[in-house]
Design a protein around this ligand. Structure first.
Ligand code: OXD
Ligand code: MN
Length: 588
């Protein structure tokens, strides 16, 4: 008798009509075979799916070029199909499930003709974890199959674990013909289903990532009493050898990966990486909040990555483990057959192919790598990998940082007065947009808890869910806002960022261990400057003060924007958030 997974795969094959079906086992041998297939047999336009890079300087690395219209997550084409529009909220595009499925079925009909359908069984989270979820994705491109091996725990065991169960998470993916007018990423939370067609890029195509582990999982979390968040998880070891675990939410391309594996500028401190993008947060028996990272890989932004900004990532990328390591839409140094991007360690190549494979020289004055070019690499290759990474129960979180990219207004760091105030700080977060999604870059938009593109249900209800979680926590983590991006009159960043962010993390540790006091402002509790370790930094005191300045007039204008944003949620905005907003207005 066919299993539920076999029956489901059969059904998808009847619709998409592939020439062949390949059930993946997640082995290294298989990954090698898929890379070979991608180098020889599969193409996007005129480019092979994979091109081997210089294996001496970049062991196990391959270049992938996506379709030129398919270079980032496309929020406009992403839908969450709850039974009602109210459940999806103003933060999501919505279509009625039946109508959405009819439309997708038309686009999917016969879309895999002439191709192989790869069946990818995987779990998000360690298979022994009570929080792990079993999933199956089908796809028609080797790039996605290989990427999913890096990003998830893909194996035959995953299939065995599902066995006769019907509640596995389903992902149907096809690149279709890459036509942007026929591109949709649709979610059906009631069916644990993601259906994505027309894109082979990152979060649009690796369905275990944003689609399941954030959008669908946030809905599961609402139902089951936990949180799926766009967060880094890391351990911070102090000079006494104690490790404190912290989670940090930041919008896409705002430095989460650099933070997750930071090399400390302060002696005696060390960062241990659990994850750089997604955290599942559950309440433990002891009333503390525990975090797991459901993923096993990094899908990080390449431009700007170097020994200066993130030495541990450069070490990770150069590790010789065959998951393998993929570079997508970076430039190619033609003299050395090596990947290159703006801000890389290697000198600008004299002769290169740009991200589309077109001849490029520095004189062209254009960017060689796409601003959203990426690497996909296993977390197991990271020298900073935490010993607790595979701990099925996760790690206890002592502090949650909520960040954004703000050149003005938001202090370097501020501590919330309590959990409810912290939820408000997260709810009112704004950030300047980056190239991680297709939209105009550098525009301020509200991005609560960095979840604007990823919260799979009404954001008003989401704020309420955070407040409920707080009520159930006996020992809630403290909540902080952080902002590395404040600029001076000359538009220069005041704070050096990167490895120096440990100075802020040290203050957070000192606060959660009740070692230092703080100064109250309308925006929260900020450090006394004498409590921030600034040894070896050369920032004039007045600039340091500027990092904590409360611009009351600027905040009045900001409040209007916040009110406008909150206004969309009507009755679904919790009263507590309104109370917090009014308290801020009174203090300004
Ligand atoms: C990502 C994103 O890829 O947030 O992590 O866009
Ligand atoms: Mn992300």
């Amino acid at each position: 008798m066919a299993t539920p997974v076999e029956r489901w795969v059969e059904e998808q094959a009847r619709l998409a009509r592939p020439d062949r079906i390949h059930w993946c086992d997640g082995s290294e041998e298989e990954a090698r075979r898929l890379v070979e297939i991608g180098m020889k047999d599969e193409k996007i336009g005129e480019h092979a799916i994979f091109q081997e890079l210089n294996q001496k300087s970049w062991p196990t690395s391959y270049l992938h070029r996506s379709h030129p219209t398919d270079v980032a997550r496309t929020e406009k084409l992403t839908f969450v199909c709850h039974p009602t529009a109210q459940q999806a909220g103003p933060n999501n595009n919505w279509k009625a499930p039946t109508e959405a499925k009819e439309e997708l079925a038309k686009l999917t009909d016969g879309c895999m003709r002439g191709k192989t359908m790869y069946v990818l069984p995987y779990t998000m989270g360690h298979p022994d974890s009570p929080y792990a979820k079993s999933c199956v994705q089908v796809t028609d491109v080797s790039y996605v199959a290989v990427s999913m091996r890096i990003m998830t725990r893909m194996s035959r065991n995953a299939l065995e674990k599902i066995g006769k169960r019907e509640d596995f998470v389903r992902g149907l993916h096809s690149v279709g013909n890459f036509d942007p007018d026929k591109r949709f990423i649709m979610h059906f939370p009631q069916d644990n289903l993601v259906w994505s067609i027309g894109s082979g890029y990152g979060g649009n195509a690796l369905l275990g990532k944003k689609c399941f582990s954030l959008r669908i999982a946030s809905c599961l979390g609402q139902r089951e009493g936990w949180l799926a968040e766009h967060m880094v998880v890391m351990g911070i070891e102090d000079p006494e050898g104690r490790v404190t675990y912290v989670a940090a939410a930041m919008p896409s391309a705002c430095g989460k990966t650099n933070l997750a594996m930071l090399e400390s500028a302060l002696p005696g401190y060390k960062i241990w990486t659990i994850g750089d993008d997604i955290a599942w947060l559950n309440i433990g028996r002891d009333g503390r909040l525990y975090a797991i990272n459901p993923e096993t890989g990094f899908f990080g932004v390449a431009p700007g990555t170097s020994m200066k900004t993130n030495p541990n990532m450069v070490r990770t990328l150069k590790a010789a483990t065959f998951y393998p390591t993929l570079f997508t839409n970076v430039a190619l140094d033609l003299d050395h057959n090596t990947p290159w991007w703006e801000g890389a360690d290697a000198a600008t190549p004299g002769r290169a192919a740009d991200w589309q494979g077109k001849p490029w020289t520095p004189e062209d004055g254009t960017r060689a790598a796409h601003p959203n070019s990426r690497f996909t690499v296993s977390l197991y290759s990271a020298p900073t990998l935490s010993r607790e990474f595979d701990n099925p129960h996760g790690v206890p979180i002592s502090a949650i940082l909520l960040g954004g990219r703000r050149t003005q207004l938001v202090p370097l760091v501020a501590e919330a007065f309590d959990w409810e105030h912290g939820v408000f700080l997260g709810a009112r977060t704004g950030s300047e947009t980056t190239a991680a999604a297709s939209h105009q870059v550098g525009v301020l938009r509200r991005d609560p808890m960095a979840m604007r593109p990823f919260c799979g249900y009404n954001m008003g209800d989401y704020f309420g869910h955070w407040l409920d979680i707080g009520k159930r926590l006996k020992h809630p983590p403290r909540i902080y806002t952080v902002n590395w991006f404040r600029t001076d009159e000359d538009n220069q960043f005041i704070w050096p960022g990167f490895g120096d962010n440990i100075r802020v993390l040290k203050w957070v540790l000192d606060r959660v261990n009740n070692r230092v006091g703080a100064r109250e402002t309308p925006l929260g509790l900020v450090p006394n400057l004498t409590d921030l370790n600034l040894d070896g930094l050369d920032i004039p005191e007045e600039k340091m003060e500027k990092l904590f300045e409360v611009d009351r007039e600027g905040w009045q204008t900001e409040l209007q924007d916040i009110d406008k944003y909150f206004g969309q949620f009507g009755d679904r905005l919790p009263d507590e958030i309104r109370r917090q907003r009014d308290a801020l207005a009174r203090k300004l």
